[in-house]
Ligand binder design. Structure first.
Ligand code: T3D
Length: 261
């Protein structure tokens, strides 16, 4: 599949989407958003892709909405329609993908670019990265899921400080706050990310999809509701061929080979 503003590939069961407008730190235009949503649909459908890595080319991960789109008169752009048409389907698709997703954060992530990283399941960052809820710096408010994901990830108080101040959070703070799962030297970023991606790709795909839904459910429901939902998922997981294969492999002292059935 050929894209103008992304690089898209699938190797060893790992799909990679790399935003590719390095001169703008991978700012998001309508064309980029359209291509990104399309690539996510391709990952969703592909039986070859078991894990997604999302990253940026050049020195940025993503600088958010392309600021050129705000150059007209205030009120000229229909932001509601823009969010409904571009960002919301994209963020839903990314967050609900039934495959593990890893943001390989190679550089600064700002505004909706930070939202993209937050909507991934895991974040592995290179030393030197920075994160900003940049919206407020241009008089806007968090969108594209930031106000949903951020407080869940780092806690309400820190999320509010980031959103209200637009402060730059540096790499060490991001690690300390749990904004990123791992912080690694820049020259180890790919090795660490793809090491994890391949390990996840060798896991049981159906169970991994269920784990994702289960955790998201548990984060916003009561214990009683969650116990019921866990039961449903466990019944589903226990009925898979992959489960039988893993138990057999355990007694055979062999690594299991999961087929996603
Ligand atoms: O439309 C809707 O639906 C609403 C949605 C809104 C979602 C949002 O994302 S709003 C927030 C938009 N993003 C920002 O406000 C961030 C703007 N960028 C920055 O604040 C800084 O560039 C960074 C903090 C990200 C990085 O700073 P730094 O010093 O490392 O780099 P720089 O020199 O500022 O940027 C490098 C180049 O990228 C520069 O171009 P130049 O001068 O070399 O030709 C800069 O203009 C360009 N660039 C960076 N961010 C954007 C951008 N160009 C267009 N749009 C950008 N967002």
């Amino acid at each position: 599949m050929a894209y103008q503003w992304l690089e898209f590939s699938i190797d060893d069961q790992v799909a990679t989407i790399a935003l590719n407008r390095p001169e703008t730190l991978n700012a998001l235009t309508d064309d980029v958003l359209r291509e990104l949503t399309d690539a996510l649909k391709a990952v969703e459908k592909s039986r070859d892709a078991r894990v997604l890595v999302l990253t940026g080319r050049g020195r940025g991960f993503c600088s958010g909405q392309d600021l050129k789109s705000f150059s007209g008169e205030p009120g000229e752009r229909d932001i509601a329609a823009h969010l409904d048409h571009y960002y919301h389907p994209l963020i839903r698709k990314l967050a609900n993908l039934e495959k593990p997703t890893i943001a390989m954060v190679n550089g600064v992530a700002a505004g909706a670019g930070m939202s993209l990283a937050l909507a991934c399941d895991l974040r592995i960052a290179a030393e030197g990265v920075r994160f900003s809820q940049a919206f407020v710096r241009i008089g806007l408010v968090p969108d594209s899921g930031s106000s949903y994901f951020l407080p869940r990830l780092i806690g309400y108080s820190r999320a509010l400080e980031m959103a209200m101040s637009g402060m730059m959070v540096d790499d060490r703070t991001a690690l300390q706050w749990g904004l990123v799962n791992r912080l690694v030297p820049a020259d180890r970023l790919e090795a660490e990310t793809y090491g994890l991606a391949k390990a996840l790709a060798s896991g049981p795909p159906l169970a991994l999809g269920m784990i994702k839904r289960e955790m998201a459910f548990g984060a916003s429901h009561s214990l009683d509701e969650t116990l019921e939902r866990e039961k449903d998922f466990q019944v589903g997981a226990a009925a898979t061929e992959d489960h039988r294969e893993a138990v057999k492999a355990f007694f055979a002292k062999q690594p299991p080979v999961f087929k996603g059935r």
